[in-house]
Design a protein around this ligand. Sequence first.
Ligand code: SF4
Length: 193
Amino acid sequence: MEQEFITPIHVRDYIFCPMLFYHKYVVGLLEPMTEMMLEGSREYLRDEARWRERKTLLNERRIKADRMLFSYPLTSKKYRIHGIADTIFWVNRKMNILEIKYGSSSGPFRNHLYQAAAYALMAEEEFSQPAYKIILFYKTHRKWVERRFTMQLRAYLIKVLERAWEVLEGKLVLEPKPRAPCASCWYRRFCYP
Ligand code: SF4
């Protein structure tokens, strides 16, 4: 059956490395869960029901949200992407996207930024209004990183989505290119046998 939607995780992986995206989603090679990934998913499950924690976080930041949605499913038919946004909140009617990151990294990482941007793009379609800011909160280090959802960010994200679909549909063939993460990448054995 043809794939109908991709998710912000696909965007995160494509930005990290298009070849990694290819190995995972075209060939179907999945890296075994590392301890860090397992810890992350356990933390997510523990945290899932605790939407009040998001409210506390906003209070700590002295953000007075007019409205807040937690664990909210979003879909963009236009870009064929769907996923569950961690938190969407409005301040003075401006829409903001908050993504909580678990694990030991303190970021900010470009792939995390575009993953959150994918939620912003879907939220724009869902709520028919522009997204104002994207926020990443690295929970372990309590690091809060915010960026405006600019035209440039949006345009690049759309280009990535188009490329990702081309790879999935076999219209774009990729070649591995040496890059910084190669040294510790689990997929290295497939890129450079
Ligand atoms: S080894 Fe390098 S090129 Fe291959 S998937 Fe990993 S990061 Fe990408």
